[in-house]
Design a protein around this ligand. Structure first.
Ligand code: COA
Length: 348
């Protein structure tokens, strides 16, 4: 049995910087409120036209592939995590395959929101371990800016999220105690509606207290109505406090699970790279686990929450900044909509 190692890593963020102050042009908010509650100072937004979840993923992937000393033609499987795909279907995996001129390899799309990259990494790890694939491209990419409510009505959600992409190439290694040591995945659908975008969807609204008014007709017509755009039902919803409360319990729990599985302790962690949900959540985890400042990496201040892209972007920035060296113990952890959460422990 092989172990999988991250052979190459890359990230891409769009050039358009939107500061908190910039957002005050669209909604009633302030730099002070956003920084105090979330730690975010600015975020990047993709070009409205011409830049998509897939095109950003291509940029990040090119860097990861080059750093892995391989080529797009050598990639033998693609795993793409996003909640903001270019199309409702097909997923971004096939668009990435096409845009990068890859062989007719399998392309799997992951829909696990903020923990999407950890889920994707875990799936890739299993395929490498069994010897099924040798060069897997794992991507997390998001273009949130196309679908957020930038009016005052949507401010508690829209100020948090940003656009960007991160990618890694996973390859087998026979070096003992090297690479991904273990991954741990969880879900609890009890609060599925607390952080969600309900439409378009086949539910017809049955899980919700307030049902949308669909047109009077026998079949179809339940995709999205003009009324839903006007009253805001079309946009993502978030019960911020419910998310916060659950996240600060589940993050430490799943990190502890990974450490226990490998007979390690929090002192052994060189760097924790948590999903960049909210700086206050990261600080809470750091305090709970009694980690010092050098043991936790945060970059939400610059990019906001980029959902499935946040872990690979942060991991890549930390690596580029020289904070990750061979032999270091790196812990990745994420929590998000679903709720779903997970962790991965890596010996670099
Ligand atoms: N600017 C200014 N005021 C805002 C605002 C904004 N962007 N968003 C909300 N407010 C206002 C609210 O309208 C409310 O006003 P009121 O008291 O007059 O009614 C007030 O601020 C407090 O709102 P509330 O939602 O209770 O704030 P909060 O302290 O819970 O902070 C979050 C909101 C979203 C920052 C916080 O709940 C949070 O960080 N949750 C976790 C979210 C997260 O991590 N999501 C990512 C999931 S992976």
């Amino acid at each position: 049995m092989f172990q999988s190692k991250i052979a190459g890593i890359g990230y891409y963020v769009p050039k358009n910087v939107y500061t908190n102050q910039d957002l005050t042009r669209f909604m009633d908010t302030s730099d002070e409120w956003i920084q105090e509650r979330t730690g975010i100072k600015e975020r990047r937004y993709a070009d409205r036209i011409g830049e998509t979840t897939t095109t950003m993923a291509v940029e990040a992937s090119k860097i990861a592939i080059e750093r892995a000393n391989t080529t797009a033609e050598e990639i033998d499987f693609i795993i793409f995590a996003t909640l903001s795909p270019d199309y409702y279907f097909p997923g971004c995996g096939v668009l990435l395959q096409r845009e990068m001129g890859m062989k007719e390899v399998g392309a799997l799309d992951i829909r696990n929101q903020c923990s999407g990259f950890i889920y994707a990494l875990s799936v890739a790890d299993q395929f490498i371990k069994t010897g099924m694939y040798k060069n897997i491209l794992v991507v997390g990419s998001e273009k949130h800016s196309f679908a957020l409510d930038y009016s005052t009505r949507g401010r508690s959600v829209s100020v948090i999220f940003g656009d960007g992409a991160g990618a890694v190439v996973l390859q087998p290694t026979t070096e003992a105690d090297k690479g991904i040591l273990s991954t741990h995945l969880h879900s609890d659908g009890a609060d599925a509606e607390k952080l969600a975008m309900y439409y378009p969807g086949a539910s017809g609204g049955i899980w919700l207290d307030e049902k949308p008014k669909w047109p009077e007709q026998e079949l179809g017509g339940m995709l999205m109505t003009a009324e839903m755009l006007e009253d805001g039902t079309a946009f993502p919803v978030m019960d911020g406090q419910a998310v916060f409360k659950k996240a600060v319990v589940k993050f430490p729990e799943v990190i502890g699970e990974a450490l226990a599985k490998n007979n390690l302790t929090t002192q052994d962690i060189t760097l924790l790279v948590p999903h960049q949900a909210n700086l206050r959540i990261s600080q809470f985890i750091q305090k709970t686990l009694k980690l010092n400042d050098d043991q936790v990496f945060n970059n939400i201040q610059k990019y906001g929450n980029t959902t499935a892209a946040s872990v690979p972007i942060a991991l890549c920035e930390a690596w580029e900044a020289g904070k990750i060296k061979e032999g270091d113990l790196i812990c990745l952890a994420a929590f998000g909509a679903g709720f779903t959460w997970g962790s991965a422990l890596i010996r670099w």
